[in-house]
Design a protein around this ligand. Structure first.
Ligand code: S5P
Length: 259
């Protein structure tokens, strides 16, 4: 395999400042593990963030599953993110017209744009969704990931859809930083690929979630960052498990990919 650019080299190609910072963080912290912190109380999120923060590059939240969300919680999470140096990604999966997503992103109860470095969106409504989110997020130094493909069984995001997602991203390189995807879509070094549906053993859950191994996600499918939820959260020793995923994602595979 020819030598690929490393993350530090790719930072030069990013047109979004947060993407540049993320590339630098990946390179310096030497972890391409993102924790999907899918728990239902703020204290659990904070505890996992404190425990696993040193191992991860990005902590992914679903704040609408928290039973006790507050802006005070957000302040605490931001402090932990600064201390352990990781970015916060709210997995909101926006999917509406530009005007509506602007409000969903900036206002409501969650004020997502005030604290989430990264959010994601489906491109089903067309480019207006990206314009709307960008009106809120761009001047706050935020970045957007587009869902190009999904991990769940029989989903409708086929290869043609993924191709269209890439084309739409290319229209907004100052705000779109990359993709939630199962596979790399192009060799353009500016795009960051994050892959959910990852566990140390491939398989699936009872509701159609499908898992690939870190090796497959990174080496075979060309992803940059693995997103792991229950594989870590449900382990007897989550810290030890996170270290295993970190090693699987970086030491074993990423460095090999560089050769
Ligand atoms: O295609 C996708 C996209 C996402 S963002 N498949 C996913 O599973 N996700 C999210 O990744 C999902 O919402 C969940 O938060 C996480 C996977 O969690 P796990 O427990 O299955 O690892």
């Amino acid at each position: 395999m020819p030598k690929k650019l490393n993350f530090a080299e790719r930072a030069r190609f990013a047109k979004n400042s947060l993407a540049r910072e993320l590339f630098v963080l990946l390179h310096e912290k030497k972890t391409n593990l993102s924790l999907s912190c899918d728990v239902t109380s703020c204290q659990e999120v904070l505890d996992f963030a404190e425990l696993l923060g040193p191992e991860i590059c990005v902590l992914k939240t679903h704040v609408d599953i928290l039973k006790d969300f507050s802006l005070d919680f957000v302040k605490k999470l931001e402090a932990i993110a600064l201390k352990h140096r990781f970015f916060i990604f709210e997995d909101r999966k926006f999917a509406d017209i530009g005007n509506t997503v602007k409000h969903q992103y900036s206002g409501g109860i969650y004020h997502i744009a005030d604290w989430a470095h990264i959010v994601n969106a489906h491109i089903l409504p067309g480019p207006g969704i990206i314009s709307g989110l960008s009106e809120v997020g761009l001047h706050k130094n935020r970045g957007l990931l587009l869902l190009a493909s999904m991990s769940s069984k029989d989903n409708l995001l086929d290869e043609n859809y993924a191709e269209k997602t890439l084309k739409m991203a290319e229209q907004f390189p100052e705000f779109v930083i990359g993709f939630i995807a199962q596979k790399r879509l192009s060799d353009d070094p500016q795009w960051i690929y994050m892959t959910p549906g990852v566990q140390l053993e491939s398989g699936q859950d009872a509701l159609g979630q499908q898992y690939v191994t870190p090796e497959k996600a990174i080496l075979e499918n060309g992803s940059d960052i693995i997103i792991v939820g229950r594989g870590i959260l449900k382990a007897k020793d989550p810290l030890n498990e996170a270290k295993k995923y970190r090693a699987a994602g970086w030491d074993h595979f990423y460095q090999h990919y560089q050769k």
